[in-house]
Design a protein around this ligand. Structure first.
Ligand SMILES: Cc1cc2nc3c(=O)[nH]c(=O)nc-3n(C[C@H](O)[C@H](O)[C@H](O)COP(=O)(O)OP(=O)(O)OC[C@H]3O[C@@H](n4cnc5c(N)ncnc54)[C@H](O)[C@@H]3O)c2cc1C
Length: 526
């Protein structure tokens, strides 16, 4: 007999199999000897009270051995000659997982990626951080692995409707990720480990017969004579690529792609996004609040760097923390040289002394209406860009970012000094009320005061606000039909994942990549 049960054990006992077995036997009211096996399916830390517990969801085998765990995905068979070709634009999580799915379905994925392979791409982060120079096709957003390659590698998602999240975790493990991600409730990989996993996924794609072309930026569409079918694309080196379907997985920072679609007069829609700043605290402050530590008490080694997720609504607008990176770094995530954009990343051990998080307010299409006459459907993107350019000017150049201590922000005055933060290009004191729209600043101020009740010290002098966090999601949706996943005006085009407005984060992008691959392959057989 097999049973799934929830155990709640104090932290000190939770990792002991004997204690787990004992607790399971107590719960099932059976003799411990009858338990032949126990497997943890999910685990999380409950730090709501002073005594910290681990919650374990366990599969228990009574009177018979445990069944084997679900297998890791096997490498798909090598493609037969003449397999139908699917073009995948972008090698982010969506593109890579779309390619794996194509292979499983017997189609040949041909990935076109504007940036470099993930190993070469690493060398382009140095000029961004040290000299303030952004290589425009190879940076924190562009290149193999996409925007997720040098990230925190958080794999948590609330998405369930796009597919089986644990399936994606199993692919990561099959390509070298720590199997612990299969059971952690908030799994994360870390930007020191992600590149190796991405290389391994590429190796699977190539060995099975797929193609990956780096330094190949797609800049045009090859349409049928009646313009209703997409036959392929053009890349900026003048090549023409033909295929049975085109999955467009270019992420939310490929503004040239939105402009290209607009120039083709293809339907796009404005959508809600969010903008604000990154907020950075000493990790010890977050640990103390989340784990109820006494003053000066260090976090026990058995506990991970604490995280938080805060959200509220102020005058009909969401204000929330976003992409929180415990023990992380703030990174310059701009894709052009005249802008400053911040985002967060962390290493697998999450051991930097600072915690950072996006701290953002909803921006609706109405907020960008004034730009509509000039930019039309791309007015949200123009709004983002203007804020990013103003942020660059406020920072004073070389990717330096404008920053303000939280108490000074609440008093609406520039900080006279800033503590050293974890943003390599450097910080410039600036009154953010003079940079961000008033409606955003007012809501951020109100939310900060509220969040102080959840995390004491959240608004202390140790907390820094760093501008600007603008690339939370795409301000544009590229529509697709709900069943075929093709653009309603252009068959053969499969708008995919974050850039098209159907995903937010690594896992949901990967899931959407798989869905688009299934739709693209199905369209060939129609
Ligand atoms: C610094 C940072 C940290 C992050 N941390 C996390 C995290 O911890 N957890 C999480 O879930 N999410 C995180 N995110 C967000 C996450 O990375 C994205 O949600 C996810 O990568 C979106 O996947 P995607 O495949 O849709 O697009 P992307 O990852 O953006 O990939 C798009 C790809 O398309 C390529 N491309 C663009 N235009 C063209 C073109 N014209 N021709 C050819 N190729 C093109 C790009 O170079 C890029 O490789 C982070 C993002 C950043 C920037």
């Amino acid at each position: 007999m097999f049973r799934e049960i929830n155990l709640r054990l104090p932290l000190q006992q939770a990792d002991s199999l004997t204690e787990q077995m004992r607790a399971a036997a107590r719960m099932l009211r059976i003799h411990p000897k009858r338990i032949c096996g126990l497997r943890i399916i999910k685990e999380s830390t409950d730090a709501r009270q002073r005594v910290i517990y681990k919650q374990l969801r366990c599969l228990i085998a009574v009177d018979e051995p445990l069944p084997p765990p679900p297998p890791l995905p096997e490498r798909p068979p090598k493609l037969p000659a003449g397999a139908a070709r699917i073009l995948i634009i972008g090698a982010g999580p969506a593109g890579l997982f779309a390619a794996l799915r194509c292979l499983e379905l017997g189609a040949c994925p041909v990935i076109l990626e504007r940036g470099k392979d993930v190993s070469s791409r690493r060398f382009d982060l140095r000029p961004i951080n040290c000299d303030g120079i952004v290589p425009t096709n190879s940076n924190y957003c562009f290149g193999e692995g996409g925007a997720g390659a040098f990230s925190d590698g958080k794999l948590y998602t609330r998405t369930t409707k796009r597919g089986d999240v644990s399936e994606i975790y199993r692919y990561f493990v099959a390509h070298g990720a720590d199997p612990a991600i299969l059971i952690e409730s908030h799994p994360h990989i870390g930007s020191d480990k992600l590149p190796r996993i991405i290389r391994s996924i590429r190796s699977t794609i190539l060995q099975c017969g797929g193609e990956v072309h780096f330094n190949t930026r797609v800049c045009g569409l090859l349409r049928s004579a009646d313009r209703r079918h997409l036959l392929g694309v053009y890349s900026d080196d003048g090549r023409e690529w033909q295929a049975a379907g085109v999955i467009l997985a270019t992420g939310h920072s490929a503004r040239d792609v939105y402009r290209m679609l607009a120039s083709e007069h293809l339907l796009m829609e404005r959508k809600v996004f969010a903008a604000g700043v990154r907020i950075e605290h000493p990790q010890s402050l977050i640990d103390a609040a989340q784990y109820h530590l006494r003053s000066g008490q260090a976090r026990p080694n058995s506990l991970p760097a604490a995280r938080y997720a805060l959200a509220t609504t102020i005058r009909d607008r969401g204000v929330h923390s976003f992409c929180m990176c415990p023990g992380g770094f703030i990174v310059p995530a701009a894709t052009e040289n005249d802008e400053v954009v911040v985002n967060g990343m962390s290493l697998s051990r999450r051991n930097s002394p600072y915690a950072n998080s996006g701290f953002v307010v909803t921006v609706t299409p109405k907020d960008t209406d004034s730009l509509n006459p000039q930019y039309g459907v791309l007015s949200g993107i123009a709004w983002q860009k203007k804020l990013e350019q103003a942020t660059a000017i406020a920072g004073g150049g070389r990717m330096k970012a404008p920053a303000q201590r939280v108490p000074d922000f609440l008093m609406r005055r520039e900080s006279t000094s800033l503590r050293l933060g974890n943003y390599r290009p450097g910080l410039t004191p600036y009154n953010l009320w003079e940079l961000l729209p008033r409606g955003i600043c007012e809501r951020m101020a109100e939310a900060l005061r509220l969040f102080e009740h959840h995390i004491p010290g959240f608004t202390s002098g140790d907390a820094l606000l760093i501008g600007s966090e603008t690339r939370t999601s795409s301000p544009v949706r590229i529509p697709r039909e709900s069943d075929s996943l093709q653009h309603p005006e252009l068959s053969g085009l499969f708008p995919c994942a974050e850039g098209a407005g159907y995903a937010g984060g690594i896992i949901s992008a990967a899931l959407d990549g798989r869905l688009c691959a299934e739709a693209a392959v199905a369209s060939i057989h129609h």
